[in-house]
Design a protein around this ligand. Sequence first.
Ligand code: FEO
Length: 135
Amino acid sequence: MALIQWDSSFSVKVAEIDRQHQKLVFMVNELNDAMKQGKGKDVLGGIVKGLITYTGTHFNTEEKYFHRFGYPEIDSHKKEHAAFVKKVSEFKDGFEKGTLGLSVEVMTFLSDWLKNHIKVTDMKYSQFFNEKGLK
Ligand code: FEO
């Protein structure tokens, strides 16, 4: 069973952003499956890199709209993004150096962060964006 099960409670009612969130959920699930299947470091490392790159793309999309529409909670939201990027980069460095393995704890952190961030922090802009015509 997938680590994160997508359902309508994840929807921020903005099609482009929902699609990106679904892709992030897919990638976290893919990483979890690969870890459970005992895939090698190269395979796992490739998925981690892809996840980091796509996370950056996604955060840039949200932040572009924050600036465009003058979203009032931009600073606190961007801080959450930056903290996550830092944490995942540290994880990637440790993984590449061999000082940190991919574990159930790491996967739990990733999935909990993503679920919480989408359902609590991202959800706060849903109505704001819709009112600006972004759907
Ligand atoms: Fe969907 Fe704020 O990340």
